[in-house]
Design a protein around this ligand. Structure first.
Ligand SMILES: *[C@@H]1O[C@H](CO)[C@@H](O)[C@H](O)[C@H]1NC(C)=O
Ligand SMILES: *[C@@H]1O[C@H](CO)[C@@H](O)[C@H](O)[C@H]1NC(C)=O
Length: 251
């Protein structure tokens, strides 16, 4: 071993020992690092639906989800999803018959309920329908910026835009008001759960509503949603675009 090699080996040995001692003297930090790694892998599994049905964020991942949702990463992930959506939309020959359609979900897709979830543990608290409905009534959820951009570009390209939400018919007015407030306009139809849709799984209700559109002659090219139940089932879109949501799962 030359002297340079020896020096390098000694340096590596020292820095390795130093790193070890940092980990040993601050066990808290080591735990945080491990949580970050685990929670990033957990997030991958819920987003890809490898996790299947899940009910709450693992408690060790609540700080991770908070950082993710409030940081640049959530916005960046959403922008990349939307840009793939736009790339695809640009390959569609939009016909003059007005039957080329795109379906958007609303909550955590067009509108962000982050102000609500920020005050309610990022989905770690048991979902309270009454308090969520009070938030909906305020009609002040902001737009998810990446979705607003995609929405406007699709409109420019001539797509007919359908909004398909798990919200109920009694929330039609506040939902329309909120959409307008946050910058959306010109949708073809806003579809909410009617009395006959109550109690249905989202994946069934949304499939049935898409089927009605197909029966009316619409070609559903794209579908954007933060839940797999927005995208799967029957009468599915030609391409589906899954937005991130590590806060909650809807079957
Ligand atoms: C769109 O129309 C153009 C011109 O008619 C054609 O060349 C192209 O193959 C069509 N693309 C698709 C995806 O149908
Ligand atoms: C909500 O209802 C009010 C009062 O009936 C009406 O003026 C308003 O246009 C409605 N807003 C939307 C977005 O439908």
């Amino acid at each position: 071993m030359g002297s340079a090699g020896f020096l390098l080996a000694v340096t590596l040995l020292i820095s390795h020992a130093f790193a070890e001692s940092i980990i040993q003297i601050s066990p808290h930090r080591k735990t945080r690092v491990d949580d970050g790694l685990y929670c990033d892998s957990w997030r991958f599994s819920v987003e890809t639906n490898n996790a299947g049905v899940w009910y709450s964020i693992p408690s060790r991942c609540i700080p991770f989800v908070e950082d993710y949702m409030n940081g640049d990463r959530y916005l960046s992930d959403s922008q990349v999803v939307s840009s793939y959506g736009l790339d695809f939309a640009n390959t569609v020959n939009v016909s003059s018959d007005g039957k080329d359609a795109w379906v958007f979900d609303i909550d955590e897709t067009l509108l962000s309920n982050l102000p609500y979830y920020d005050a309610h543990g990022f989905g770690s608290e048991i979902f309270d329908e009454d308090s969520f409905d009070e938030w909906v009534d305020l009609a002040e959820a902001p737009a998810l910026p990446a979705s607003l951009k995609l929405y406007n570009e699709l409109k420019q390209l001539g797509f007919k835009i359908f909004l398909l939400t798990g919200r109920s018919e009694f929330q039609r007015n506040v939902t329309g008001k909120n959409l307008l407030f946050s910058g959306y306009s010109g949708w073809e139809k806003l579809i909410l759960r009617g009395p006959q849709d109550q109690g249905k799984l989202a994946v069934v209700y949304k499939s049935e509503k898409r089927q009605e559109l197909v029966n009316e002659g619409y070609r559903i090219h794209g579908s954007s949603g933060d839940q797999w139940s927005d995208l799967q089932g029957f009468a599915v879109a030609e391409r589906s675009f899954k937005l991130p949501n590590p806060m909650y799962f809807i079957a």
